[in-house]
Design a protein around this ligand. Structure first.
Ligand code: NAI
Length: 453
């Protein structure tokens, strides 16, 4: 009999298992594939290894702007893929040893919830029943296949790829069509553009980057147009046939011939074939309904990570898993969804937290919105010959509280946690003025900006 059974060993599940076991709960983690989930095996970490190789290759190609020239720089894509596989392998085994050290038990297999009785929850894995007092569901999400004729056949022919298959592609496609200009689409477009594919992004909306601030999305768009990526905005893919993507824009139907297609039109919670109905866990559009404490509609059943459909980010999943464990331990804890940062690892990087210009308008908030060029930073100028990065600070009119902060430019991914802290702790722009920032850094523009509000 376990205190806690966790289904799914991605960021939500493995982190929760470690915390729970560390705090004395007899914990069982069930994972059907590989520890680390999508993030480690076919998402965040693999893409970052690829993008880092592309960045070095770009440095080699464009070093001339900084007085450094390279002859015959080349990128070996299959080496990059092999290196990625080694990194993933070593991180997966790192998670296994961390869990072992914490004394969390891990079993490999698909879990099915049979029901609950006086012993608690009964979970079947490979024909054996395990019982637990509490249940934490962290089964993550899977790529959505849009209802477009020809997609199924395209996937079967290896012409249409998801985030999983594209990360193992051994050869560089001459041309790549990316359906969906969201986070996955843009990061992959960035990599394949850098290493020489002709990339076309087909996006249904009239802007890229989904929910990111419109002004920042526009700067990112212009950067990638300059790098040679073609965009079809306001364009909806309607069919896939042979080596052709058919899309419709403004009533006009066009065709694009391409070697490969990446389908990146969003993800949906993985709640199928789990047996949720056996314990009355309610879902909405396929995602498990949870409150800010991670509780589901069923007593003693918690859910964390992509499966709740709230944020679909690995770092939110970590926090949600911890919150669930704390509440199980009797320590009241909740997730503050207002200060979750998000990052797109393009070059330039994009990072943001809190309200955007668009969300302020939508919600009718009384706010001040200011944009500052990153050229206020000496370091930014030293390192970016022709950079057009900005930081955008959004403050509440009455209080001066910082409620949104968005950056496009170097180190954005590393800087943004500071802004998450400002928003999470309700700092006013006057408070930020009094903090000493290191010099010379790009993040100094945030402090400088707070004097210009
Ligand atoms: P997404 O939701 O970010 O973007 C999907 C895009 O596809 C949207 O812009 C949508 O308008 C467009 N679209 C939908 N149907 C279309 C059609 N028929 N034709 C053309 N465009 C269409 O989803 P994405 O990129 O697949 O990412 C999935 C999840 O993974 C996201 O929730 C994201 O947060 C997460 N992720 C996070 C990363 C990060 O934090 N850096 C990296 C990669 C993924």
């Amino acid at each position: 009999m376990y205190d806690l059974i966790i289904i799914g060993g991605g960021p939500a599940g493995y982190n929760a298992a470690e915390r729970a076991a560390h705090n004395g709960l007899k914990t069982l983690l069930v994972e059907k594939k590989s520890l680390g989930g999508v993030c480690l095996n076919e998402g965040c970490i693999p893409t970052k290894t690829l993008l880092y190789s592309a960045k070095i290759y770009d440095y080699a190609k464009y070093g001339g702007d900084y007085g450094v020239s390279f002859q015959g720089a080349e990128i070996d894509h299959s080496f990059v893929i092999d290196r990625k596989d080694k990194i993933v392998k070593s991180l997966v085994s790192g998670i296994a040893s961390k869990l072992k050290k914490a004394k969390a038990e891990v079993i490999n297999g698909a879990a099915f919830i049979k029901g609950r009785d006086e012993n608690g929850f009964n979970i079947e894995v490979s024909g054996r029943i395990y019982s637990g007092k509490y249940l934490l569901i962290c089964t993550g999400s899977e790529a959505v296949a849009p209802p477009v004729p020809g997609i199924k056949e395209g996937v079967a022919d290896n012409f249409c790829l998801t985030n999983r298959e594209i990360l193992s592609l051994k050869e560089v496609p001459g041309s790549l069509a990316v359906i969906g200009g969201g986070v996955i689409g843009l990061e992959m477009a960035s990599y394949f553009n850098s290493i020489g594919s002709k990339v076309t992004v087909i996006e249904m909306l009239d802007k890229i980057g989904g929910y990111i601030d419109g002004e920042i999305a526009d700067i990112l768009y212009k950067n990638y147009v300059k790098k040679g990526v073609e965009f079809k905005l306001g364009a909806k893919v309607t069919a896939i046939k042979n080596n052709i993507v058919v899309y419709e824009s403004g009533g006009k139907v066009s065709e694009l011939k391409t070697d490969k297609v990446l389908v990146s039109v969003g993800r949906r919670a993985s709640t199928q074939n789990l047996g949720l109905e056996n314990i009355n866990v309610l879902t909405e559009r396929g995602a498990i309904i949870t409150d800010d404490y991670g509780r589901t509609s069923a007593a003693n059943v918690y859910a964390a990570g992509d499966v709740n459909g709230k944020s679909m980010l690995a770092h939110t999943a970590y926090r949600e898993g911890e919150v669930c464990v704390n509440n199980i331990l009797g320590i009241k804890d909740r997730v503050n969804y207002n200060s979750v940062p998000s990052v797109i690892y393009t070059n330039p990087e994009v990072a943001g937290v809190g309200e955007t210009t668009e969300s302020v308008k939508q919600k009718g908030l009384a706010a001040n919105i200011h944009s500052f060029s990153l050229k206020y930073s000496g370091r930014y100028i030293a390192e970016n010959s022709s950079g057009d990065g900005i930081v955008k600070i959004i403050t509440e009119k009455n209080t001066g509280n910082i409620i949104g902060l968005h950056i496009i430019g170097s180190y954005a991914s590393e800087i943004i946690y500071g802004a998450a802290m400002m928003i999470g702790t309700k700092m006013r722009f006057e408070d930020v003025q009094k903090i000493v920032f290191p010099h010379p850094t790009v993040c100094e523009v945030i402090r400088e900006g707070c004097f210009m509000i």
